[in-house]
Design a protein around this ligand. Sequence first.
Ligand SMILES: *Cc1c(COP(=O)(O)O)cnc(C)c1O
Length: 256
Amino acid sequence: MSYAGALLSRASFPIKLISSRIMPSIIAQNLDVVRRRISAMSLAAGRDSSSVQLLAVSKNFSADAIRAAHAAGQKAFGENYMREALGKMTALYPLRRFIEWHFIGPIQSNKTRAIAEQFDWVHSIDRLKIACRLSEQRPTHLPPLNVCVQVNISGEASKSGVSPSEIAALARDIVLLPRLQLRGLMSIPEPVSGLHIKGAPHRRLRELFDAVNAQDLHLDTLSMGMSSDFSEAILEGATIVRVGTALFGDRPYQTH
Ligand SMILES: *Cc1c(COP(=O)(O)O)cnc(C)c1O
């Protein structure tokens, strides 16, 4: 068995779950485990571990959880819900300069201004109208907003994201928007189990990424892989893995 295969087949790695109480030491331990795993998988893929960025997905977790992860060296955080995110950003205002905020949830038109003003990255662009609004509303004192096009890789009707055939046209329109910096592609594949099946949607996104780049678009970001499949995603070329549960534990149930 290959080194990568051996790593993948190790049934599980020790992630401790946190329910309601956030324990900073457990978050720090989980971060350490996930970082080691990222390094091991990068090495297995013949890549430098600095080529993979860990995005800590903090939705449904408190500002204290973010503070604990930040204290343990984590810089980039992903949020899905605008109101929840703004509350945490306010609580963490003194850390603003040291935290990179990524918006990864579905985007409604009436939320674009807050996103353009408060976030550093958006992973979930799936239509030109939203991209145009974000570009118009991005304040001039901030650098261009980094964006990824979300691709519906599993072809489910319920999931957001553009179909693979729409990527190139949307990407070409986005690069013309002055206040956005098109960085790459993002996907949320439907959950599957099994080593080879898990890697398949990531491979597909990587191929689509290569095809877009062959058209001179210079994308550098593949945002793919979550707690259950970030190892497979790294083997397939992920440059950002979005990890929530493996860092913070099971999410307390919340309705938005
Ligand atoms: C919640 C979420 C994640 C993290 O999922 P985990 O399975 O908890 O790691 C990643 N990406 C997106 C878009 C999410 O909404």
